[in-house]
Design a protein around this ligand. Structure first.
Ligand code: 13P
Ligand code: SF4
Length: 349
């Protein structure tokens, strides 16, 4: 029997819907080559590397790649940052990714193209509310998704990303550990289905993945019976159930490359297509639908916060050394313990 319980705190006051969809800066992709040349020069001058997520604009991914930086999922971003000797890291993604880099690399200067790039999971899981929730279950270990603030990581027993979440929950379940999982309820539901662990779930979701719809995905599959369905586990469980492969962004790219199918239906942020198509140039990539008949999408399969990163604010950040991530040292030290446990756990897999 699944031991699962979704909890909503009675006095929720944190944001459930976020009106940020029109706040991305308008990016003018003109003069790309000149911008990339300038970034190369600045990176050398400042002894810096760019770490970018797959959901950022392809120009940002490209410049990270050709300058010896990194484009990857959130676990690999954290590992790459920790493996570098450069003095400065520019994290092109969302705030929790910059914070994770600082947690693991306090001696490095961590800058971000914008500090406005949030994540709906992080925003909907404030540390004081989570503490209240945690206090209801003193016999449970708190496992938090990496998409959380440094304060939340500081109170957690474990931090985990989607690429190793099943493995970690299996590991804890094998030891009869009872779990509080926060913040992503969809990933929590998936983990619970997979492992049957005893879990209490926080109630938050990703505004991008939540929009994928099982009914319209099924119709798309009927039209493309030879396609494999690749799904990120932040999607609703009904969508996950239709998947041939469920995994982190890097794992989905690997699956696209390795599966025999020529067509892929992909349920994650559509900016992943840039690297996915490079990894599998001959495959046909199809976006999973974000609505049923008559429905309109809000995020339309692209994270509005990831979209805030571009070559212009990357240049400005490097030039002015602005948008630095700073974390209170007490909090950072505590967050380091749970975050570093994740890195060690991943090493031992
Ligand atoms: P990955 O770790 O799979 O890249 O996921 C991060 C994320 O925020 C997906 O929405
Ligand atoms: Fe957060 Fe979703 Fe954006 Fe990922 S895609 S950063 S989970 S809001």
């Amino acid at each position: 029997m699944n031991k699962i319980n979704n909890i909503k705190l009675p006095n929720e006051s944190f944001p459930k819907t976020i009106d940020i969809l029109n706040s991305s800066p308008v990016y003018d992709a003109k003069n790309k080559d000149a911008k990339i040349d300038l970034i190369k020069k600045l990176l050398k001058e400042k002894d810096a590397k760019i770490i970018a997520h797959y959901y950022t604009h392809e120009d940002v991914q490209e410049v990270a790649e050709i300058t010896g930086g990194n484009v990857s999922d959130s676990l690999e971003m954290a590992k790459f940052g920790a493996s570098q000797s450069s003095k400065m890291l520019i994290v092109a993604g969302v705030r929790f990714m910059g914070e994770t880099a600082k947690i693991l690399n306090p001696e490095k200067k961590i800058l971000m193209p914008t500090l406005d790039a949030e994540c709906s999971l992080d925003l909907n899981c404030p540390a004081p509310n989570l503490l209240e929730f945690r206090n209801l279950y003193p016999d449970r270990e708190l496992v938090v998704y990496a998409n959380t603030s440094a304060e939340v990581k500081a109170m957690a027993d474990w931090v985990v990303t989607s690429s190793i979440a099943v493995k970690l929950i299996e590991y804890l379940n094998d030891r009869n550990t009872k779990i509080i999982w926060a913040p992503d309820k969809h990933l929590g539901n998936y983990l619970n289905e997979k492992t049957k662990a005893d879990m209490k779930l926080w109630d938050a979701s990703c505004i991008v993945h939540e929009e994928f719809k099982a009914s319209s995905l099924l119709k798309l599959k009927e039209k493309n019976p030879d396609a494999a369905i690749l799904v990120h586990p932040e999607s609703p469980i009904e969508v996950i159930k239709l998947a041939d492969v469920v995994g982190s962004t890097s794992q989905l790219i690997e699956a696209c490359k390795n599966l025999p199918n020529q067509k892929m239906i992909v349920a994650t942020d559509n900016r992943i297509f840039y690297k996915m198509q490079k990894a599998a140039p001959n495959k046909m990539l199809i976006e999973a639908p974000t609505g049923g008949k008559g429905a309109t999408c809000i995020s339309c399969a692209h994270c509005p916060w990831m979209a805030m990163n571009n070559l212009d604010n990357l240049i400005e950040t490097l030039m002015k050394e602005k948008n630095e991530i700073n974390i209170d040292e007490e909090i950072r030290k505590k967050a380091f313990i749970s975050t570093n446990k994740m890195i060690d756990f991943a090493k031992n897999l």
